[in-house]
Design a protein around this ligand. Structure first.
Ligand code: TXA
Ligand code: MG
Length: 339
């Protein structure tokens, strides 16, 4: 098996990435949310390599990343005033807007849909790569489908070694959960995936936000979905995850009766020293941003350490905490116990 090259996300790395992308190759790139698996959004053959490397279901569309608003002309057929307002408030940043696609965007990117998700990343490395190759980049999260999203270059290497030629190492992702995904309507937006830009942030612009029921509840089989990604099991470590809702004392009492092999706990900072099970920490209880930044790394760590069953502390659901809860809920396949 060939080895995937890892280069720092500096001038030399960016130039090499741009060269590969222009030739139709797939490159792992850093963004402020999670690492992306990027290819030219205008090259259907390159885009199909992304699906192959991830093992991604063919009906799950990709997000297109831009570095400049001028790139939108070739990508969307309409950029309504509400989208302009959102773009000037939150771009570059962790917000993806679903808009009507232009003819130029291949259906390989949108999985046959006539809409396309667009995002402008605030990571200087992502922006530099897009500028250097002069192409909008289709990029899903750079994990194998179903696994926790990568927030470090080493996570991408673990999943993609031998499958792509290059990963640019731009350090740990500062946000740590994927972008907020919204469907832009005429005078409101529909939230499909919570992320770093919160419902409140959007509402502060005077925009009405409706939340898709699939954000918090398990979809029925064959249910119609607005975002295909909502159908799939996500972010899962190999271990089974169960969320335990309640105070820390109730949590401790609940897990103290567990006698299965391979039990781990996923807890907040400081709590690891107060439990008898092997513990992995995913941020401070009062700091949802730290939880977002730490969650996926923690989910990978429980696997590395051989956990079979993980009891997780439940995050508060305010602000970015809502995105943390949404990801943990999916990692747990919606298994929640209230104590
Ligand atoms: O932060 C992020 O968004 C990261 C970084 C790399 O930018 N990307 C990411 O991509 O998370 P991915 O493919 O893992 O998640 C994209 C989600 C999927 O759930 C997909 O179904 C949804 O966005 N999506 C993409 N295009 C869509 C469309 N046209 N309509 C509805 N949902 C769409
Ligand atoms: Mg993903």
């Amino acid at each position: 098996m060939f080895q995937t090259k890892v280069m720092p996300c500096d001038e030399k790395g960016v130039a090499f990435a741009a060269e590969l992308l222009k030739k139709g190759e797939v490159v792992g790139i850093p963004t402020e949310t999670v690492y992306g698996l990027a290819a030219s959004a205008y090259d259907p053959a390159a885009v199909s390599k992304i699906f192959a490397a991830k093992g991604r279901p063919q009906d799950n569309p990709l997000i297109v990343h831009i570095s400049d608003l001028s790139m939108l002309n070739d990508l969307v057929s309409d950029f309504p005033p509400i989208a302009q307002k959102l773009a000037s408030a939150f771009w570059p940043g962790p917000l993806t807007m679903i808009l009507p696609k232009s003819e130029r965007v291949p259906f390989e990117v949108t999985a046959g849909l006539d809409t396309v998700g667009i995002r402008m990343s605030s990571h200087p490395g992502a922006a530099a790569v897009i500028k250097a190759c002069g192409l909008p980049l289709a990029a899903p999260s750079a994990n194998t489908s179903g696994r926790p999203s990568p927030t470090k270059a080493k996570h991408v290497l673990y999943d993609m070694n031998g499958k792509i030629p290059l990963i640019l190492d731009g350090g740990s992702c500062s946000v740590g959960v994927e972008s907020t995904v919204i469907l832009v309507k005429k005078d409101s937006v529909h939230l499909l995936r919570p992320g770093g830009v919160t419902e409140k942030d959007i509402e502060s612009l005077g925009i009405i936000v409706t939340v898709d029921p699939a954000v918090e509840t398990k979809l029925k089989q064959n249910a119609k979905v607005l975002s295909p990604g909502l159908k799939y099991k996500h972010y899962s470590p190999k271990a089974e995850v169960v969320i335990v809702k309640g105070s820390f004392d109730q949590f401790k009492e609940y897990v103290s009766h567990k006698t299965e092999d391979g039990v781990f706990v996923l807890v907040f900072e400081g709590e690891d020293k107060l439990v008898n099970w092997p513990a992995v920490v995913y941020g401070k209880k009062s700091d949802p941003k730290a939880q977002a930044a730490g969650l996926f790394d923690a989910l990978r760590e429980v696997d590395e350490r051989g956990a079979r069953l993980v009891y997780a502390r439940c995050p508060d659901q305010d602000g970015v905490g809502y995105a943390v809860y949404n990801r943990l809920l999916r990692a747990a396949a919606f298994k929640v116990v209230e104590v």
